[in-house]
Design a binder for this molecule. Structure first.
Ligand SMILES: C[S@@+](CC[C@H](N)C(=O)[O-])C[C@H]1O[C@@H](n2cnc3c(N)ncnc32)[C@H](O)[C@@H]1O
Length: 388
């Protein structure tokens, strides 16, 4: 990476690099199956699925995120407004329906009001809309934070699982951490439901838990009817580190602000910072025993990007160049790189708009991996009409 802030060699959007993988080449030469996207936000799911699926319809209530979505994926199929006002009878037919429903009531940092609360409870609106469609999509994906399976002993996941099962789907969830592909710790749960009777290739189903099923997930699945252990190949080792995504010439905090943040770093973390190999260490401010501290991590990956709406502070990065130590917030482009968005991804609006758009999103390579190794294979067997 050069230091001009424009990376010439940056390849976070792996899979859209110069030569597309064989399976991708195959899938682009055919008409892509249609998908519907609820809570589409800034369009990173659409970006991740783009080699395999074509968005037929997308919706989000946030105008600022809609601006990001439409700048990158066009306006034609995007419908701005609340999901509460959507009628399934008006939607185009599709093979897949994806919902990254709001996480605030399931986030462990939040109040875990649960899956029936006002914001996370919008998932039921999604299911209502599916029921209203003349022909329901045979495949559904619901994405959320790990609280969906871990909060309150898994009752929130079980409620969703049972609802899907009663509607005639078999259901399994996988837990994928974006850090397998990009230098950001970001664990998310993906619930994948397939209409009973759909032909599922045998190689997509495992006999028990595998790398994509955490212990918490295994516990949540215990005794559930209609559960399926989805199987995908284990991804190869990530190549990109946090240092690779840093815009080294971006403006840092003025000396006074920097000194204040550096003063919050615990002494044990200063010791680790002094190690020669460390060039960048990210951290969040936390309150410990009534004091604000800036705890850093030293594994060359960023902590999970979050939005200010979640009541969280912004992630600080400490940059070390020789004896010089600076602090600053992540740039919007760095946040986009941490989400695996391509360098060409347009991020209109202010710093806050761009940061929020990325902080709420699904990491592109995670969506792409699911599409490539699971969803596209399911779609091939669906026998549903394609969009050309
Ligand atoms: C977890 S984010 C999904 C982000 C998206 N998948 C992405 O990659 O950017 C949840 C989204 O739900 C949207 N949302 C919240 N309430 C909504 C409502 N009533 N109707 C439609 N969308 C809503 C938010 O604006 C937000 O973009």
């Amino acid at each position: 990476m050069d230091s001009s802030g424009v990376s010439l060699s940056f390849k976070c959007d792996a899979g859209t690099s110069a030569v597309a993988p064989r399976s991708a080449q195959k899938s682009t030469s055919r008409a892509k199956p249609a998908f519907l996207e609820f809570f589409a936000g800034s369009g990173l799911v659409a970006q991740g699925l783009s080699q395999f699926f074509k968005p037929a319809w997308a919706n989000d209530i946030c105008e600022k995120k809609a601006a990001v979505y439409t700048a990158n994926h066009g306006k034609k199929h995007f419908h701005s407004g609340s999901i509460a006002d959507v009628n399934g009878a008006d939607l185009p037919q599709a093979v897949l329906s994806w919902a990254s429903f709001p996480c605030q009531d399931l986030s462990l940092a939040g109040l875990t009001a649960g899956i029936h609360a006002e914001r996370s409870g919008l998932v039921w609106q999604w299911l209502r809309i599916m029921d209203e469609m003349p022909k329901r999509p045979p495949f559904l994906v619901a994405e959320n934070v790990t609280g969906l399976i871990s909060a309150d002993g898994g009752i929130h996941y079980r409620a969703l699982h049972e609802a899907l099962r009663k509607k005639g789907y078999i259901v399994g969830a996988v837990m994928l951490d974006a850090s397998l592909w990009v230098p950001q710790s970001r664990q998310r749960v993906f619930v994948i439901a397939v209409e009973k009777g759909a032909k599922i290739p045998a190689n997509l189903i495992d006999t028990g838990p595998n790398w994509a099923h955490s212990d918490t997930l295994v516990k949540a699945a215990e005794g559930l009817k209609g559960w399926v252990w989805w199987k995908m190949p284990e991804p190869s080792k990530r190549k990109i580190t946090l240092s690779d995504v840093i815009e080294w010439d971006a403006a840092c905090d003025p000396p006074k602000a920097s000194a204040k943040k550096l003063g919050m770093i615990p002494s044990s973390h200063w010791e680790r910072l002094s190690q020669e190999a460390v060039t960048v260490a990210p951290g969040y401010k936390r309150t410990r025993k009534g004091n604000q501290v800036l705890e850093l991590r030293f594994d060359d990956i960023a902590g999970c990007l979050r939005t200010a709406q979640g009541g969280s502070s912004r992630q600080v990065i400490v940059l070390k160049r020789g004896k010089r130590i600076d602090t600053r917030l992540l740039t919007v482009r760095e946040a986009a790189r941490l989400m695996g968005a391509p360098e060409s991804y347009k991020l209109p609006g202010s710093y806050n708009d761009g940061y929020t758009a990325m902080g709420d999103a699904v990491a592109v390579p995670v969506a792409r991996y699911l599409a490539k190794h699971l969803l596209s294979h399911l779609a091939q067997t669906a026998g549903q009409p394609n969009l050309s």
